[in-house]
Design a protein around this ligand. Structure first.
Ligand code: PLP
Length: 390
């Protein structure tokens, strides 16, 4: 078979590959603590599952509109408006199978060869992958550990050129757990508005903030015409396998994204969308309980990492990831991640899996039990001890 050149431009998400390796090890009888995959280990709330069953019985087993069921788009518009203190119309909402397609569709709709797209690095690997795939040039904006993994706004301003077509932000952030301060969002919005550049704000962890309130750049002055929100149900409601996400964007872009849906998925699963409606309009206690437990785990895990000589970990402000600096350990982060898995039985990801500026770090997802996190800490400490320091 002869493949189109563009296929060589596509990157991947290493988490899925490490998961396969870890499962293969387990099949040989080894015990592995899974801290690699980015999904809540909680069950989908019961009432959401019941709503899906009911929807199946009611016949939500057919195609629906490409942009999503009208009642769900309306509920999303209201929820996004309530959570962020803004106004949103249902016509701005496009429902997709997971949040990821919004990344793909928005980059596809806005960038082409010759264009530049600024994206966070280390960051979710799919941004860079899709930017390359559409033939545009990825321009990384480094996230800085000494700034709690936020970015330097002056550096961002310097990266903007005549060819910048899109700026991608993600807060709370994967893989660092960092949060962009409100003042920075304001300053970035000013740059975007001045230069007329759309901003794709990946807010998939918007409900996973430990201290203070979540802020969306889309609420800043002038962002109504330029702001694009990516959010969804995967993380907030522990629904990764349901494939349910959405974008909120200016109507003129929603038309294009809807057309991309028609050309690819036709629509998002109808009974899943009815379950999503129940998630948004039903009790929110399961979300609060999950976050309370994530906070306890974060404190245990990050504190534990910081007691390991040669390891230093900033306290994540959101999401469920720890991104320790392991540059003092006498191995590259990739080698260390591999050693931790093969020798220590702890599955993690190397910082470089999230871009060049991730060298010297590991990413752990602490979506695992407190007992397993403690077990992992002991194993990590042993491995680091065996490898020694620089
Ligand atoms: N954005 C970020 C930053 C993520 O970490 C993830 C999933 O890990 C997604 C988007 C995609 O979420 P979904 O599973 O809803 O496609």
């Amino acid at each position: 078979m002869r493949f189109a050149d563009r296929m060589s431009l596509l990157g991947t998400e290493t988490a899925f590959e490490v998961l396969v390796k870890a499962r293969a090890l387990e099949a040989t009888g080894r015990d592995v603590v899974h801290l690699e995959i980015g999904e809540p280990d909680f069950d989908t709330p019961r009432h959401v599952i019941e709503a899906a069953k009911e929807a199946l019985d009611q016949g939500y087993t057919h195609y629906g509109p490409s942009a999503g069921l009208p009642e769900l788009r309306e509920a999303i518009a209201q929820d996004v408006a309530r959570q962020r203190g803004t106004t949103v119309q249902a016509s701005q909402v496009v429902v997709t199978p997971g949040g990821k397609p919004i990344m793909f569709f928005v980059i596809m709709a806005l960038a082409q060869p010759g264009d530049e797209v600024i994206y966070p690095n280390p960051g979710f690997p799919i941004y860079e992958s899709v930017i390359r795939f559409v033939g545009a040039t990825p321009v990384p904006i480094p996230l800085r550990e000494d700034k709690k993994f936020s970015l330097d706004v002056n550096e961002l301003r310097d990266l903007v050129t005549e060819r910048t077509r899109l700026i991608i932000l993600n807060s709370p952030q994967n893989p660092t757990g960092g949060i962009l301060p409100q003042a920075d969002l304001q300053a970035i919005a000013e740059i975007a508005v001045q230069r007329g550049i759309p901003v794709l704000s990946d807010e998939i962890y918007s409900r996973m903030v430990y201290d203070g309130e979540f802020h969306s750049i889309t609420t800043c002055d002038g962002m109504q015409e330029l702001g694009i929100i990516l959010d969804g149900f995967s993380k907030t409601y522990a629904m990764t396998g349901w494939r349910l996400g959405y974008g909120v964007m200016p109507e003129e872009l929603a038309v294009h994204v809807t057309r991309l849906m028609t050309n690819s998925n036709s629509c998002t699963s109808s009974f899943s969308q009815r379950a999503a409606l129940a998630a948004l309009t039903g009790p929110q206690e399961p979300v609060d309980a999950m976050m309370a437990e994530f906070r306890r785990r974060r404190d245990i895990f990050v504190e534990g990492l910081n007691t390991i000589p040669g390891v230093r970990c900033a306290m994540p402000g959101g999401a469920f990831y720890a991104f320790p600096n392991v540059s003092q350990v006498s191995r590259s982060c990739k080698e260390l991640a591999d050693y931790l898995l093969q020798t220590g039985g702890v599955a993690s990801l190397a910082g470089v899996d999230f871009g060049v500026y991730g060298e010297g770090y590991l990413r752990f997802s602490y979506a695992n039990s407190q007992a397993n996190l403690r077990k992992a800490l002991e194993r990590i400490a042993d491995c680091v001890d065996q490898l020694g320091h620089r």
